[in-house]
Ligand binder design. Structure first.
Ligand code: NAD
Length: 359
């Protein structure tokens, strides 16, 4: 059956990188049997300009009806003075919450051709391939009560609540174990069980979930140690599963191991595997409209979409091989340029990957 993809370019370089994603998908549709159709929608600043809201009802309705959503990026300086309730970023957060996209997958993969772009030593990062599974719709970012109150003494006090139900922990645990089954069958659950009761429960539930996955080896690590191990010896990890806030911090740390923000894709999935796919970078207003942004994070997000939501793993691998081939050819956008390679534009990079799909 034809699968429906909602394309949401968003703002800034979102337009440019999404054009390359569609180019690649069109080629897979024409030559490799991919059965998809596209719908388009507005989100973020582009939606605010037209409708006065960053997440119009029409976009949400289409997102709910689609099999997968491909998003560029949102945000631009001109929206920064708007009330927080209508800023572009609210569109993105609204989509995640409304679609119950609780499982955020952020792979950090080191392409051998880019080893020297990392700030870490080549021997520490070469061959790196980690998947961070971050809980995205619960924990301290959503827990109640929350706020800032004034005490009887007149002093102000800020407070948030870290809360996870067993079922919330189970479902993110299953997400991580399912992914580990498709990889190297190791899960490291990151918590702070020595200090926080909530993550004591997290650890207990992870051990329960692991019983259904006898082939997967589960280990546990406190978050402070995990932060250290990620820069000391990151290759010890296969899949990391952790809470919303710990995952927020650790996934940014892990992404930088690989050198360029322009290379890293992400997926946010619901309980049925429907997902929203986007590069981890923002709308890069400083380079928007110049045809120099790196589209590879977006193309790798397309690969994740094919693998996790559209059940087309061989086409996902085809894109990943094409990206590798293009890097082997020495083609680089400006952000990943190094001596001896050739600088290409956003659209030239997209053309090169599209051409390499045939191999
Ligand atoms: P950013 O990721 O947009 O840019 C940071 C730096 O990385 C910039 O120098 C930019 O030119 C560069 N960069 C980013 N993507 C690149 C690419 N594909 N190729 C080459 N270089 C790239 O982060 P920022 O500057 O902090 O934020 C800009 C806007 O994006 C803000 O409005 C912010 O709120 C928004 N933002 C959106 C998302 C999202 O949509 N998921 C994520 C982060 C930031």
């Amino acid at each position: 059956m034809t699968k429906k993809i909602l394309v949401l370019p968003g703002d800034g370089i979102g337009q440019e990188i999404m054009a390359e994603a569609v180019k690649v998908l069109e080629k897979l549709r024409a030559n490799h049997g991919l059965d998809v159709e596209f719908e388009w929608g507005l989100v973020g600043g582009a939606a605010y300009d037209k409708y006065g809201t960053p997440l119009p009802e029409e976009t949400l309705t289409r997102a709910k009806a689609a099999d997968a959503i491909l998003l560029g990026a949102v945000g631009a300086p001109k929206y920064e003075s708007l009330d927080i309730s209508v800023r572009p970023e609210k569109g993105l957060l609204g989509l995640r919450a409304e679609l119950k996209l609780f499982s955020n997958l952020r792979p950090a993969i080191m392409y051998p051709q880019l080893v020297h772009a990392s700030t870490l030593k080549p021997e520490v990062v070469s061959g790196l391939d980690i998947m961070i599974v971050r809980e995205l719709t619960g924990g301290i970012y959503f827990g109640k009560p929350r706020g800032i109150r004034t005490l009887e003494t007149g002093e102000r006090e800020g407070f948030n609540t870290l809360v996870y139900s067993e079922s919330e922990i189970q479902r993110i645990g299953r997400s991580a174990f399912d992914i580990a089954m498709k990889r190297n069958k190791r899960v490291c659950s990151v918590d702070k069980a020595n200090v926080l009761e909530c993550t004591e429960l997290w650890r207990e539930v992870m051990i329960e979930v692991a019983k259904d996955y006898p082939e997967v080896k589960l280990s546990h690590m406190y978050v402070d140690n995990a932060a250290m191990q990620l820069v000391r010896a990151p290759k010890q990890f296969d899949v990391i599963v952790t809470t919303n806030m710990f995952g927020d911090i650790l996934s940014d740390e892990a992404s930088m191991l690989t050198g360029s923000i322009g290379m890293l894709p992400s997926a946010s999935l619901d309980a049925k595997g429907k997902g929203m796919y986007e590069p981890i970078h923002g709308s890069a207003p400083d380079i928007a409209g110049k045809n120099i942004a790196n589209p590879l994070a977006t193309l790798l997000s397309v690969a994740m979409m094919l693998r996790y939501s559209l059940n087309a793993p061989s086409l996902a691998s085809r894109i990943e091989r094409a990206v590798n081939a293009v890097l082997d050819q020495g083609l680089r956008t400006a952000d990943i340029y190094s001596e001896g390679t050739k600088t290409v534009s956003t659209s030239e990079m997209g053309d090169a990957v599209t051409a390499a799909l045939a191999a």
